[in-house]
Design a protein around this ligand. Structure first.
Ligand code: COA
Length: 154
């Protein structure tokens, strides 16, 4: 498997940015996730396509600003935390190791950061990577918040 991460360029001077066009947003991907809302000028988001043999096999949305201190027993990551806002593997390519490989590529690309993700029904995936699961610090609130997974220290 030879995967490449391709960062999408934010157009200069545009007020709002749709990283994926309406036409391409849903091609094997869930277009609600990739064409829901525009990216604002001061956003710290990064969008990546994952390409194999000229085919887009996955997408990643990263966010450089993430708050995790309201979760229990979290390490003091400060600005080193880098959130995987969303990762999606193309419908036809799931279950073949691409998700795991993409996380490895992100780790190589951002060696000084600690990746974190709020799981949306994908606890099995994050756990399989050996990431630790954290719940909201207030047990009464925990069921209203997505579990947080944190990449282990290298
Ligand atoms: C979650 C997702 C990114 C995983 O990508 P993938 O390429 O299918 O995963 P991989 O083939 O690399 O699997 C890696 C491991 O995760 C496990 N896994 C993957 N998806 C899983 C799921 N939904 N539930 C439980 N385990 C899962 C696999 O069994 C595998 O475990 P193993 O290495 O111990 O055998 C992909 O299924 C997807 O795009 N889902 C829809 C979007 C989504 O839920 N994104 C995550 C939001 S937080």
């Amino acid at each position: 498997m030879r995967l490449t991460l391709v960062e999408l360029d934010r157009p200069v001077g545009e007020r709002f940015w749709f990283p994926f066009t309406y036409e391409e947003a849903g091609l094997g991907f869930n277009n609600l996730w990739w064409y829901g809302s525009p990216v604002y000028p001061h956003s710290k988001s990064v969008f990546l396509r994952v390409v194999e043999n000229n085919n887009e096999v996955a997408r990643v949305h990263l966010d450089n600003e993430v708050e995790i201190d309201h979760y229990a027993d979290v390490p003091p990551l400060g600005a080193t935390a880098l959130e995987i806002q969303f990762i999606e593997v193309h419908d036809d390519h799931r279950g073949c190791g691409i998700g795991r490989a993409v996380i490895g590529l992100l780790h190589n690309r951002y060696p000084d950061r600690r990746l974190v993700a709020f799981s949306e029904g994908a606890d099995g995936f994050w756990s399989s990577l050996g990431w630790r699961r954290h719940l909201h610090a207030d047990p009464e609130e925990a069921s209203f918040f997505r579990p947080l997974f944190i990449q282990p220290r290298a």
